[in-house]
Design a protein around this ligand. Structure first.
Ligand code: GLV
Length: 323
C-alpha cells in the first residue's frame, strides 16, 4: 500500500517533491489559512494517513492523534515543538520529529540582529517619519539612537540559536554574557562569552537581552514584571523565541513607564493577538513570527521534514525524533 501523508498547510515544495518522488501520496490541505482544530480533525478523518506534517500553529494533542490513529509519525515543520503533546504521543507509540535546520539558527540569529539594530538606530520610527512626509532636511538632533559597539549582549539560552547570535555579536564588537542550564564551552571559546548562573545576573548587566530558550513550564513568564525591573533603563529586550516566555502585559507596562528602553518582538504571548497597548508603543518593533523565514532556512526545513518521514517509512530512526 502506498504510504499517505497529510500536510496541514503548504510548505516549500522541495520536501513535498522528495516524498512524492519516493512514490508516497502527499495531500496538502488546499486552503491557505490557519486551520482550526475542528477542521484538521475533519480533514484527518478522511483517509487512514500514515504520517502528518504539522505546523507550530497546530495544536497536536490527544484529539488529533485520535482522529488519525493510523499515523505513527508527526513531523512538526518548526524547530520548536511546544505545540505538540509529546508525552501523549509517546504513550500512544507515536513518533514526533521536528525540523531544526542549521540554517534556521542562522536566519533567526540574523533576525535577532535586525531587531537589535533597528531598535538601536530607531529604523522603524525613522522610516515612518519619512513615509509621512515629515522629512524636511537634515536635522542635528533628529532620531538620536544608540550604538551597539562595546555594549553588553545578554543571552538567555545558549543553544543552537543563542550560539549563532553570540557568533555574530563578535563582529559587532559586543561583549557577550549568557546563562543556560549548563555551560557551553563552545560559545565561551568561539565568542568569548561569559557564563552566569542565573537570568537575574544577565538582566542586571546587559544593555541588550535576547531570549533563546524553548517554551516549557519552567520558561513561561521567565521575563515578568519583577525581572523587567532588574533590567537597565537603557536596555533593549529582544524575543525571537516564543511569546509566552515574556509576560506581555508586564512588558507593555515596562515599556510605557520606560523601565526599559525598548523591545523587538517576533513572537507574542497570545499570537496572532497582541496584548492591549503593545501596538501603540513607539519603543517597540513588531514582526509577525518570521525570524526563520529565509528562503534557505525554509527550504532546509522542508527537506528535513521529508528526511524524517522517509527514514521512518524505511524502518530507520527519524534523525530529528524528539520523544
Ligand atoms: C519557529 O518559530 C520555529 O520553531 O521553527
Amino acid at each position: 500500500m502506498t504510504k499517505t501523508i497529510f500536510v496541514t498547510r503548504q510548505i516549500p515544495e522541495i520536501g513535498i517533491k522528495m516524498l512524492r518522488d519516493k512514490g508516497y501520496t502527499v495531500d496538502v490541505r488546499d486552503k491557505d489559512s490557519m486551520p482550526t482544530q475542528k477542521e484538521l480533525i475533519k480533514a484527518l478523518k478522511k483517509k487512514p494517513y500514515d504520517a502528518v506534517v504539522s505546523l507550530l500553529t497546530d495544536t497536536v494533542d490527544a484529539k488529533l492523534f485520535e482522529a488519525v490513529s493510523s499515523a505513527k509519525i508527526f513531523v512538526n515543520y518548526a524547530s520548536g515543538y511546544d505545540n505538540v503533546d509529546t508525552i501523549e504521543a509517546t504513550k500512544r507509540g507515536i513518533i514526533i520529529a521536528n525540523a531544526p535546520a542549521i540554517s534556521t539558527s542562522e536566519a533567526v540569529a540574523e533576525h535577532t540582529f535586525a531587531l537589535m539594530l533597528s531598535l538601536a538606530a530607531r529604523i522603524v520610527e525613522a522610516d515612518e517619519f519619512v513615509r509621512r512626509g515629515k522629512y524636511k532636511g537634515w536635522e542635528p538632533m533628529n532620531f538620536i539612537g544608540t550604538d551597539i559597539l562595546g555594549k553588553t549582549l545578554g543571552l538567555i539560552g545558549a543553544g543552537r540559536i543563542g550560539s549563532q547570535v553570540a557568533h555574530y555579536a563578535r563582529g559587532f564588537g559586543l561583549k557577550v554574557i549568557y546563562t543556560d542550564l549548563k555551560r557551553n564551552d563552545q560559545i565561551e571559546k568561539e565568542s568569548g562569552a561569559t557564563f552566569y548562573a542565573t537570568p537575574e545576573e544577565i538582566l542586571r548587566q546587559a544593555d541588550i537581552v535576547s531570549l533563546h530558550v524553548p517554551l516549557m513550564d519552567s520558561t513561561k513568564h521567565l521575563i515578568n514584571a519583577e525581572r523587567l525591573a532588574m533590567m537597565k533603563k537603557n536596555a533593549f529586550l529582544v524575543n525571537t523565541a516564543r511569546g509566552p516566555i515574556i509576560d506581555e502585559v508586564a512588558l507593555v507596562e515596562a515599556l510605557k513607564n520606560k523601565t526599559i528602553a525598548g523591545a523587538g518582538l517576533d513572537v507574542f504571548e497570545f499570537e496572532p493577538k497582541l496584548v492591549k497597548g503593545l501596538m501603540k508603543l513607539e519603543n517597540v518593533i513588531l514582526t509577525p513570527h518570521i525570524a526563520s523565514a529565509s528562503d534557505t532556512a525554509r527550504n532546509e526545513m522542508s527537506r528535513l521534514v521529508a528526511d524524517n518521514i522517509i527514514a521512518f517509512f524505511e524502518g530507520k530512526i527519524p534523525p530529528n525524533k524528539v520523544n
